[in-house]
Design a protein around this ligand. Structure first.
Ligand code: ADE
Length: 223
């Protein structure tokens, strides 16, 4: 999968993809992530990319011209399955959306800033609008990093043990069951006996029951 990200703050995206699982996905050649500085596509003085909004009001708006220059120059090289705009008024990201997007070939992500982007970009170029939750960030970059992480780990072959993504919270609309590791006892707090039983059928049943119980308790809306 190839992911291109258009941003006015490329520095914010330098680190998130250089560690851990996303780093491994890139090393294995399963994921390519490129960031593009929107200012490089401005034809105006001082590489201007934002302007006052028509009709008045506080806050700047990202201009259509540099954004379209950036999108079209990338589209000349890459055919995108989706052009995604990160915005708090988009569809809220969930595991189902991450699963679907992980099966795509090429994604282009546009990070908003200031008051947002000129609406005509949304009307004529953007194919999907995604929010990572009901709160407002200073820009779309951290949201894009969250999205790329959620998608990247699901690309087939990225995780060592493919089943581990299948057992994640939300994959079957259940939260994940509790997990334990050594020591078997710490300050008198013991690991549940069933996990030490070696009976895999019993363990699977216990995990399922715990997942259901946890979901009922914490996220009944998922059931
Ligand atoms: N940009 C600002 N806030 C955001 C959010 N919650 N989700 C996605 N993009 C955003």
């Amino acid at each position: 999968m190839r992911i291109d990200i258009i941003t006015v703050q490329p520095g914010l995206l330098e680190s998130p993809f250089s560690h851990s699982i996303l780093k491994r996905a890139q090393t294995k050649g399963l994921l390519e992530v490129y960031t593009h500085n929107l200012r490089d596509y401005s034809t105006l003085k001082h590489n201007q990319v934002d302007d006052y909004q028509f009709g008045g009001g506080a806050g700047m708006v990202m201009m259509i011209e540099p954004v379209v220059n950036a999108i079209e120059s990338l589209q000349a090289k890459v055919q995108y399955d989706e052009i995604i705009y990160m915005t708090p008024d988009g569809q809220t990201l969930n595991q189902g959306m991450a699963n679907q997007l992980s099966l795509k070939g090429n994604l282009l992500i546009l990070c908003g800033h200031y008051k947002g982007i000129d609406e005509r970009i949304r009307e004529h170029f953007v194919t999907k609008e995604i929010s990572i939750g009901d709160y407002v960030l200073s820009g779309g970059e951290l949201a894009a990093a969250v999205l790329v992480d959620a998608i990247g780990r699901l690309i087939p072959g990225v995780l060592n043990d493919e089943t581990s993504a299948l057992l994640d919270s939300f994959q079957d609309n259940l939260l994940a069951p509790p997990v334990y590791t050594r020591p078997e006892e710490f300050r008198g707090w013991k690991v549940p006996d069933v996990l030490m039983s070696g009976d895999h059928k019993k363990i699977d049943n216990w995990r399922h029951d715990m997942a259901v119980e946890r979901t009922k308790e914490r996220r009944p809306d998922l059931l």
